[in-house]
Design a protein around this ligand. Structure first.
Ligand SMILES: *Cc1c(COP(=O)(O)O)cnc(C)c1O
Length: 427
């Protein structure tokens, strides 16, 4: 009998192409195993992960402590629905609210659901506490935002791919330029504004970092105008940018986050997802104080899986890893080294136009048209050389390795990036 041909990458790619919706355009590698900062494809080739599942895997792939919590809890109890209490949810709620300094949490599953939850809380708060009739309330957002894929969220997207032909859209949103404080001041002159939703660093837009004083000024203005400041930290949060949250900015707590520094721009509503579970399970959350959260009463919002015991156990373990392994401090330290090395590269190589970011959420802008395939082609070369990254918005390459990386590994990755870019020839 002839030996069956071994199934290879091409076969798996064909399967996805044939049977899956074409709503993504992946780099052509087929991954099979992950551990820490590494991924392996089905042929056994090893890669450094420089995307971390869009910053969901900050704690590294298959972190033993998180997988341990998952396995244990999976063998005890996974889902009860919120029709009943369970013995993990309350412990998790106490842990996460203490850690981030809010009085209450509302647990959901995906990032988009958490954003939706925040928007609903904000509108209800506007109607019941601020006295803005729900039909007239306005939430201010920023252009180039990314907050997820639901119909309401894409209603205020400025990305035609995300938005076109998915209408009719949800009304009640006004978009202003990002990192533009006067534009916010102007928008908040409208008494019907109940909230401002913003990414502390715009991730999908290409790691756009605002001025250091932008978020503190935003927080103060929102407070004075009685408008809820809602920070979407789904990508920036959980140590990614060198502090527990990006709104902690350059505060002096060195990632320990007592959050006392003047640069801490405390949001009224904090939205978390992605790394909240270390990439192990979909877990998201909305945190705020009682004065806001208490507008939600039984029956008014929920989710079958939200707050399930498995998610609660996984999220607690994932947050403990961040603290125990000092991942914020590591991201802060390695981020400086990374940007310095990329800056050195940019100084000698015209292909790299800009280097920017904070902590281990960084990007380089490739010196070519956003419509060119240069950034994509470079990422394909990175993959051939054992490093996985993906372009965002055409000519921008985001670099976001797991935060458990060490300095030697980071330097090896910088060597790969330099080598590929210096030797890159346009097709
Ligand atoms: C990824 C992301 C979301 C959406 O999260 P999903 O889990 O994909 O729904 C929302 N906001 C930001 C800033 C994100 O990066």
């Amino acid at each position: 009998m002839p030996l069956a041909r071994r199934i290879n990458s091409r076969d798996f790619i064909e399967l996805e192409n044939k049977y899956g919706a074409h709503n993504y355009h992946p780099i052509p590698v087929v991954l099979q195993k992950g551990e820490g900062v590494y991924l392996w494809d089905v042929e056994g080739k090893r890669y450094y992960d420089f995307l971390s599942a869009y910053s969901a895997v900050n704690q590294g792939h298959c972190h033993p402590k998180i997988i341990g919590a998952l396995n244990y809890q999976a063998s005890q109890l996974t889902l009860t629905s919120r029709a009943f209490y369970n013995d993990k949810l309350g412990q998790y709620e106490k842990y996460i609210t203490n850690l981030f300094g809010f009085e209450k949490v509302l647990p959901m599953n995906t990032g988009a659901e958490a954003v939706e939850t925040a928007l609903k809380i904000c509108r209800k708060w506007g109607a019941e506490r601020k006295g803005v009739p729900a039909a007239q309330s306005i939430i201010v957002v920023c252009s180039q935002n990314f907050h997820g894929r639901t119909t309401t969220i894409i209603s205020f997207s400025s990305d035609p791919d995300a938005k076109n032909n998915f209408g009719p859209y949800t009304p009640g949103f006004v978009s202003i330029p990002y990192n533009n404080f006067p534009a916010l001041e102007k928008a908040l002159e409208n008494k019907n504004v109940v909230g401002f939703l913003v990414e502390p660093i715009q991730g999908e837009a290409g790691i756009i970092t605002p001025a250091d004083d932008y978020l503190p000024k935003v927080a103060a203005l929102c407070k004075s105008k009685n408008v809820l400041f809602m920070a979407d930290e789904i990508q920036t949060g959980i140590a990614r940018t060198g502090s527990l949250l990006a709104v902690c900015g350059n505060c002096t707590c060195k990632g320990q986050c007592e959050r006392q520094a003047a640069t801490y721009a405390r949001p009224d509503v904090l939205i978390l997802g992605k790394a909240l579970s270390g990439g192990v399970y979909p877990v998201s959350a909305v945190l705020c104080d009682d004065a806001v959260m208490n507008v939600i009463q039984p029956g008014q919002h929920g989710s079958t899986y939200g707050g399930n015991p498995l998610a609660s156990a996984v999220a607690m373990a994932a947050l403990e890893v961040v603290k125990d392994e000092k991942l914020a401090q590591n991201a802060r330290r390695l981020g400086k080294i990374f940007r310095q090395r990329m800056q050195n590269l940019s100084d000698v190589c015209t292909l790299v136009k800009t280097v920017r970011g904070r902590g281990l959420l960084n990007a380089i802008v490739i010196n070519d048209s956003p419509d060119s395939s240069t950034a994509w082609d470079i990422c394909v070369e990175f993959a051939k050389n054992g490093l996985l990254a993906k372009p965002t918005h055409g000519n921008i390459i985001r670099f976001a390795p797991p935060l458990v990386m060490n300095e030697d590994q980071l330097n090896e990755c910088c060597d790969i990036i330099e080598k590929v870019i210096v030797n890159f020839k346009k097709a």
